[in-house]
Design a protein around this ligand. Sequence first.
Ligand code: GLA
Length: 368
Amino acid sequence: MTEGVWAAPGRVNLIGEHTDYNDGLVLPFALPHTVVATAARRSDGVLRLRSANEPGGAVELRVRDLAPGHGPRGWTDYPAGVHWALSTAGHRLGGADLSFESAVPAGAGLSSSAALEVATALALNDLYGLGLDRPGLALLCRRAENEYVGAPVGIMDQTASACCTAGHALYLDTRDLSRRPIPLDPGAHGLTLLVVDTRVRHAHSGGEYAGRRAGCEAAAVALGVPALRDIGPAGLPDALERLPDPRARALVRHVVTENARVERVADALVSGALPAVGPLLTESHTSLRDDFRVSCPELDLVVESSLVAGALGARMTGGGFGGSAIVLTESVGAEAVTAAVESAFASASYEPPVIFAAKASEGARRLA
Ligand code: GLA
């Protein structure tokens, strides 16, 4: 028996990359692609998980046995981790049947994991009348991912999936979690924002992501600040001088300049100066490629080939090491940009990319 149906979207991050675990600024928006969860309570203390996207049928777990590191390692860790995080936070909830169907491409840098977590959290919140608000659910989803799944991610993706609104990007200050919706409608300005999934797959439980995060935290300690967020553009030259290690200097330079770019993109969106966003996207990519070193040849090729074809700007989006890039182009040039990226990929003998126009969509919601 079904008691309800919930949907939570994947996201694209417009700008503000690798800033969220530095207490910094981010500007994501929700995709129309969602994870749909069909759910019902169970009275026998069993969490029964099924996904139309995963082979192998249903997995049954006893809720009282859920603990980090004790589950089967795989996709079920995300919903099981959310149940664990809710219970660990003191909420009373029993078992559930949860069936998922995802239209968010996995490993594409579009937050399929956060969508799965938020769909689970919203379903359990409603089914058990927990009364948590969206930002509260996002925090528990991050806890599930950090502690149960073991991926040291920040708060951006879960908040984007839980809190975004249609037609807007979400300006999020990850220090105090204040949020502001900012209108994002490229079409109204004759522009198109393309998402290019390189189909190079990545995972953030791997060492590279954790290594960047640890590098940022060590640099903050060396500089005597709580987080790199506390270094503003004016303090950057001095901070760089005080760090002997060139790799630490590069991490700091990225985070500080990226936070400033988020502000500038937000200002451009608010004042309707959308084309001005393009060069800031490209600057972000250069910084992620050269200073933060989280790009890859396929992402770089999207950026290079789209700019040559006349795009206004482009950058990798999400954690990097594969996944997707975004490209801002005049709508009249979108076909030429798409063709140029496809042909560059073919010439390099890369897998054909998947390209679609992004539309800022609704955050998580109950469907039935
Ligand atoms: C992943 C993480 C986010 C964020 C981005 C990089 O998507 O889940 O928390 O750190 O990488 O900006």
